[in-house]
Structures are given as C-alpha cells and as structure tokens.
Design a protein around this ligand. Structure first.
Ligand code: ADP
Ligand code: MG
Length: 603
C-alpha cells in the first residue's frame, strides 16, 4: 500500500483522447471505409468511389460528390467532437444521419497519415489538410473536383501494437468488401465503385433494389427473390427475400437496415428466420435484404461505439411487423397450385391426361430457376416518409430485373398420374418430365398448414374420441405437456390432468389421420421437451403443430387408393408452402426430360 505513488488525476490532451477513441471506432481498415462511406452518404453523395491497397492497410481512398466543406469546415471537421449533424440534446433523440459523434475523422487521423481534400459546389477553390499521426502538417488551397476525397495511408503506423492485431491482407480486404456491400445495398440510388489493388470489384450504377442486389449478391439470386412490402403501426418493411431453397450456413445472407442504416439485430434477424419456419432446415439461414423504416424517434442509434446496433422503443412491435411482412412475402413466393384434374373421372392409372393452367414446375418453385416478374421491387415514390429518397430513379435500362412474361405462363402440357411406387411416392408426369411426391412429407405439410390456419381463425375441427383415453406419463414429458396444455388444446386436442401422473385425452384434431393417439401425444411431449435448441426462433406452438403433422400424417409405406391419392393431391393444391414439409425437406422432386435423356446418354 505504502509503495503506491499517490495518483494524480489529470485531463488528457486531445491527441491522446483521439488515440483512445480510435481504439474503439477504428479497429481495422474496414472501419475507416465504413466511417468515410457514411460521411459521404451523409453529405448527400450520388456517387462514392472506394479504393484500397493491401486490404486497406497501406492505403484507403474514398471520393464522393457530396456537398463538400469550405476551409473552415475542413479544419473543424478534424477537431474532436466537431460535427454538423447534431446541435443539442434533443437532436440525439431523433438522429437521421449515419454519423453524429464527430469522432471518426480525428480518430483515424490520429493513427495514420491522413489527407482530406474538399470543395463546396459553389466555389472554385478547395481545401487540403494533411495530418500525420494526429498532428496537422498543413492546410492549404487545392484545385479539386467538388466533393470530398479522403486518403488514409499506413494505418496504425504510429501504433505498432494495433498493427499487430490486423488480420491477413485478404481478410482485411474481405471485411472492407462486406462494408461496401452493406452500404451499397442500403442505398441503391447511389453509385458505388470499389477497386482493390487496382482491380475493380464492384461497379454498381444507381438502380432499383433488385438490380442492386443483383450487382452485389448475384443476378440469379436477385431474380428469384420475392418482394417484401408492408406497413403497420408506423413501421414500413420493404425489401427482397430469397427462395427457401437458397440458404446459407450462417446469417451472412441476411442484410438488415433500419432507416437505411446497416445494423445487426438479434431479434429482427430471428423474426426473419422465423418467417421461413418450416421451409428451411435447422441450422440453415435464408437470404434476405430487409429495410425497416420507422420514425427516427422510435429508434435509438446511440448505443454502440460503431453504431452497428440500435435499440427500438418497442422492439416487440417492430419484430411482429417484420415477421408478418416477411412471412407474407415468403408465402407469396412459394405459393403452390397444382392444377390437377379433379372432376375428370379416373381411368386406369395412366389415362389421366388433361390440359392444365399452370405447370407443376411453376407450382412447386423447387426447381424454378427463373423467378416470376411480379416480384420486381420497383422504386416507390410516396410522399412523406423521410426514407423515400432511398429509391430514387428506377434505371429503366437495367435489363437484369426484367424477366420475360412467358416465364409466368408456360405452355403447359397435360398432367398424368402414373400411380404410387414403393408404397411411399406418388408419381406424375407432365409433358416435360416426372414429378415424384413424397406422400408422407406432403401430407405433413397439409396437416401442418390446416392446423395452423384453423388455430389462427380459432376454428380447429376436433374429433371426439369414442372412448376418452388415459395416458400415464411422468417425468419431463408430463411436465412439458402440462406446461403447454392450453396451447395443445388450442390446436384441436382436449387433454386434461386426471390426477396423479394420468392425463385424459378426449379429443384430437380431426385432420390427423387415424393413427395411434398415444404416439401422437408422446411425440408432442418429446418435441416440447427437446425443442430445437434455438430459443426465440421457433415457438413451442409451432414445434407442437409440426409434431402433430409428423405423427398424424399418412405414413410412408402405406398403400393409397387412387381416390386417396386424388384427395391428397387435391389437398396439396390448396396448401401454402406445399413444396416443403414443415421441417423444410422437399415434398416433391422433379426429374426433367433433360435429366432422363442425360442418364440414357441421349444428349
Ligand atoms: P460525424 O460524421 O459523426 O459528424 P466525422 O468525424 O465523421 O463526424 O465528420 C465530422 C464532420 O465533417 C461531419 O459532421 C461533416 O460535417 C464533415 N464531413 C465529414 N466527411 C464529409 C464529407 N465526405 N463531405 C462533407 N462533409 C464531411
Ligand atoms: Mg462520420
């Protein structure tokens, strides 16, 4: 104790404060890119050029055509906590710019060799400032294009300890690339160009969201995506979602923007994933580009050092709107209609031929390699919302979002029911190949959707058991059931506690096919007990309905009569998402003529 020198409390000089702030804000080259691009967007740029050398470690240049700064502005911008974006406390409650803390430029200048060139549009002379390791070397006039150009060289040259923490050139380059992708997605109306080590990797012209998604995430993915659009309670949700077949093993395909700011948000991401529930396998994630737009006062962006996270005044409402809107989009995207004959009398299997209106290929979407043009997300110009300028001019010349109408209405030959094979699969043919339906998986989806729809309309149809059944259960299975009795009964069961370890079952949902009620209930109990290990993403009720669908559907290896097959196909036709079972596995596959020909080596 006595050895310790009496500490002296002192106020740190600005240069040191900047260094400390740089530690938080400028953790790596991609952070420089992010802060500079955000400044350019805040300055109203229509065009942003980013260039990096050696992953950004050696040099980062960002050039914009925004409003620019005059000489005084340039000097001020380099001062700590100097910002043009907020003025007083009340502004903090409704931040509508990407930046607001006034720390980014002085922070990066304190750990690099930094130059900034800027000129306002209505003057001839621009200004150049040079700062080395936080020390201003000079400020002078410069003849440059209107707008701002920032050059950051030798990042962390003065702080070797931080330089050591940088990853490989390639990794740093990829981090920067991700930043540009996010920002390019956030503002399809702004031109973005990215050049790395002399090679142009992104050159995206101002366009629609779909074209922009095509530019940065890939054309095929963009063309197949479905349009998200909805508005509730002051919250607007727009964007594009990928087909459920197009998944990723991480959440990297989910791009979320709140008032055009790229953000990470656990609960909104979960809401998006949940909208795909039953369509994609556990552990896989969809592709989605989702914009949530709400009044600036409803969201706090001042909670994270790099502004990557936000806090909603009412997160549950926002999550609900996102879920419902995205789910509607997914539903639309995967809508199925199998236009099979019902009124035509069956002849012997094989005679069932008749013209249909859509093709099963279109219907099932599973193999649809082309999207339909309906889901094009064109720029919308509505008055009012502050975010409208996110979608300025549609690029009428952009061909990539144009899908010929013929894709929508293919010439469709007849459909033929060939019968059931292996006691499990229903085989159909149209003029262009074979379709094989997994009867269990397809029926599972039918049962699942029926129960879900019945429950949401409060109209599940129950089937009373002739003799109520008692079920002796204990341990975690019983506890799980008892805990969820209300939910179980809301989907068509009548289960009650009957003293001791006994439960009494007196009704089941009428849609389940005659199976073993005991199996069914135990299946539910197990499902409830185990869960999926992904809390928050899947509701217990959903898991329960899946368990019912699984245990209450026609089994594989069950011979079906033609009438039953017809009935099932009829059901499939009326069921949303029928191309996948509730666990996300496909219910149908198509074997095309080409594939058959290829296997016979005809091609
Ligand atoms: P912040 O963005 O939080 O305000 P910065 O340190 O990033 O803080 O920038 C400081 C100020 O410099 C900004 O408020 C803005 O007025 C000005 N500025 C920075 N970059 C640009 C730019 N590219 N074009 C015009 N003005 C800029
Ligand atoms: Mg800034």
């Amino acid at each position: 104790m006595s050895d310790i020198k009496k500490p002296e409390i002192r106020i740190l000089p600005d240069a040191l404060i900047n260094l400390i702030a740089a530690g938080e804000i400028i953790e790596r080259p991609s952070a420089v890119i992010r802060e500079l691009v955000e400044n350019s967007l805040d300055a109203g740029a229509c065009s942003i050029d980013v260039e990096v050398l050696v992953g950004g470690k050696q040099r980062i240049v960002v050039v914009d055509d925004g409003i620019g700064m005059n000489a005084e502005g340039v000097r001020l911008a380099m001062a700590r906590h100097a910002t043009s974006k907020i003025a007083d406390k009340s502004d903090l409650g409704a931040i509508h710019t990407l930046g607001f803390r006034g720390e980014a430029l002085p922070s990066m200048a304190s750990v690099s060799r930094f130059s900034l060139f800027s000129r306002e549009h209505d003057t001839d002379v621009g200004t150049e400032i040079r700062v080395d390791g936080g020390v201003v070397a000079y400020v002078r006039d410069a003849g440059i294009a209107a707008g701002t150009r920032v050059v950051v060289e030798d990042l962390f040259y003065s702080v070797p300890a931080r330089r050591k923490f940088l990853k490989s050139d390639r990794t740093e380059y990829l981090n920067g690339y991700d930043v540009i992708v996010k920002h390019a997605l956030s503002r399809p109306d702004v031109r973005f160009r990215f050049v790395a080590d002399g090679k142009e990797v992104i050159n995206a012209q101002p366009s629609t969201l779909r074209t922009r998604v095509g530019d940065v995430l890939g054309r095929r993915i963009a063309q197949e995506m479905g349009e998200v659009r909805g508005e509730q309670e002051n919250i607007r949700v727009i964007g594009l979602v990928g087909r459920p077949e197009e998944t990723r093993s991480t959440q990297s395909g989910i791009h979320l923007f709140v008032n055009d700011r790229p953000v990470r948000d656990y609960s909104l991401t979960a809401a998006i994933v949940r909208a795909f529930s039953g369509l994609i396998l556990g552990g896989r994630y969809p592709i989605a580009v989702v914009f949530v737009q709400l009044p600036f006062s409803e969201v706090d962006v001042n909670i994270h050092p790099t502004k990557r996270e936000v806090k909603f005044v009412d997160p549950r409402i926002v999550g609900g709107v996102v879920y419902r809107t995205v789910e509607a989009a997914v539903r639309q995207l995967t809508a199925v209609s199998i236009p099979l004959p019902r009124k035509t009398p069956y002849g012997p299997a094989g005679d069932l031929v008749r013209p249909t209106e859509g093709s099963i290929r279109e219907a099932m979407g599973l193999w649809a390699s082309l999207s339909d043009g309906r889901h094009r997300l064109e720029p919308e110009r509505e008055g009012g919302a502050a975010t409208d300028d996110s979608y300025r001019e549609p690029d009428k010349t952009a061909p990539s979002s144009e899908i010929p109408d013929t894709v929508m209405k293919p010439a469709v030959p007849g459909m033929k029911l060939l019968g059931q094979v292996l006691g499990t699969y229903i085989v159909l043919s149209d003029g262009d190949g074979l379709v094989v339906i997994d009867q269990h998986a397809a029926h599972e989806r039918v049962v699942y959707e029926r129960i879900k729809a019945g429950r949401s309309r409060n109209a599940v149809v129950r089937q009373r058991l002739l003799f109520p059944m008692t079920l002796d259960l204990d341990g975690p299975d019983r506890a799980a059931l008892v805990r969820h009795l209300d939910e179980i009964n809301s989907i068509g069961f009548e289960v009650e506690e009957f003293g001791g370890t006994t439960l009494l079952v007196s009704a089941v949902p009428s849609i389940v096919s005659d199976g073993d009620v005991r199996d069914l209930i135990i299946g539910i109990a197990e499902e409830l007990r185990e869960g999926t290990g992904e809390p928050g993403i899947e509701e217990p009720i959903d898991r329960m309905i899946k368990a019912v669908a699984c245990h209450g559907s026609v089994r594989a290896a069950t011979e079906l009569s033609e009438r039953e097959i017809e009935g099932l196909i009829d059901e499939i036709e009326r069921t949303p998402f029928a191309a996948h079972c509730p666990h996300g596995r496909p219910t149908m596959i198509r074997i095309t003529r080409q594939e058959i020909e290829r296997r016979f080596k005809r091609t």
